[in-house]
Design a protein around this ligand. Structure first.
Ligand SMILES: Cc1cc2nc3c(=O)[nH]c(=O)nc-3n(C[C@H](O)[C@H](O)[C@H](O)COP(=O)(O)O)c2cc1C
Length: 253
């Protein structure tokens, strides 16, 4: 079994230790992709890749996707930085329209997330970013495990949490932890006539029971969403000259 671990941490701290611990538990070969050290340029929003063209930006994104292809198990093991993921992780997510041709390959892989934070009240929304990261490459997470571990190595004081992640990756049975959306495992919700999952859009009553299930960012939803995006090309061609006139009218050169 091959385990590919993706991390946004630069140091050999909790993220790397956890990846090694879980790989040992699974008796898996481990490859760590340190996203923080990679060359990831911003998306140019040309949309060529959603029409099947190769991305013309020359950086490490294809390398990362090709390495993920070699894994049976994909683990995101990464910290909270300023309530979210480190910036390079978001830079990678922004480029993930490029992952469309990999969906067929990736959908069979098992995915899990383990993330580390220093302060309970500062966990923020990193979990949702990591959840999205896995879904952007066509993998739905089996478990998302938050672990309070400010100092490098402290995660091993809570290694039973890593054992749970390893077990889930072994048996492939999804686990929903306390406070997570039962549909998509998100940990962030907004209030809009009741609670709504900010990722999948499912709605809940005040006892946290699902009253309306939604599947935003499931693999089927993603595929359908890209079909919707492709239709924008014709809409843009139709509206282009009107939009140009509008810009010329209101924006001075
Ligand atoms: C730049 C930076 C920002 C951080 N921001 C947060 C934060 O917003 N919330 C939090 O709980 N911990 C925060 N932390 C603490 C880390 O999440 C924590 O130390 C984690 O264990 C680091 O993982 P690592 O050992 O794999 O690098 C931050 C750490 C750094 C270096």
């Amino acid at each position: 079994m091959k385990l590919i671990a993706l991390t946004g941490s630069m140091r050999r701290g909790n993220s790397e230790i956890s990846a090694r611990y879980i790989a040992n538990k699974l008796n898996a070969d481990l490859e760590i992709l340190r996203i923080a050290n990679m060359n990831i340029k911003p998306c140019k929003a040309c949309y060529a890749c959603i029409f099947g063209e190769k991305c013309k930006i020359d950086d490490d994104v294809y390398f990362i996707l090709e390495e993920i292809k070699k894994g049976d198990v994909i683990l995101i093991s990464s910290p909270v930085y300023w309530l979210d993921s480190p910036g390079k992780i978001k830079a990678f997510i922004d480029r993930c329209f490029m992952a469309i041709p990999y969906f067929e390959d990736f959908k069979e892989k098992k995915g899990a997330i383990v993330y580390f934070y220093g302060f309970e009240e500062l966990r923020g929304w990193a979990s949702t970013t990591y959840n999205l990261m896995l879904r952007c490459i066509g993998i739905e997470p089996l478990i998302i495990m938050p672990i309070h571990s400010p100092l490098p190595g402290e995660v091993l004081e809570k290694k039973s949490n890593l054992d749970i992640v390893a077990e889930v990756l072994k048996n492939g049975k999804r686990v929903v932890l306390d406070g997570q959306c039962p549909i998509c495992l998100s940990e962030t919700f907004k209030f809009k006539n009741g609670f709504e999952c900010s990722l999948c859009g499912s709605k809940f009553n005040d006892r946290f029971e699902v009253i309306e299930k939604s599947e935003r960012f499931s693999l089927d939803w993603m595929i359908n969403h890209y079909d919707e995006l492709r239709k924008f090309k014709d809409v843009y061609i139709e509206k282009r000259s009107y939009l140009k006139d509008l810009i010329d009218k209101y924006i001075k050169k």
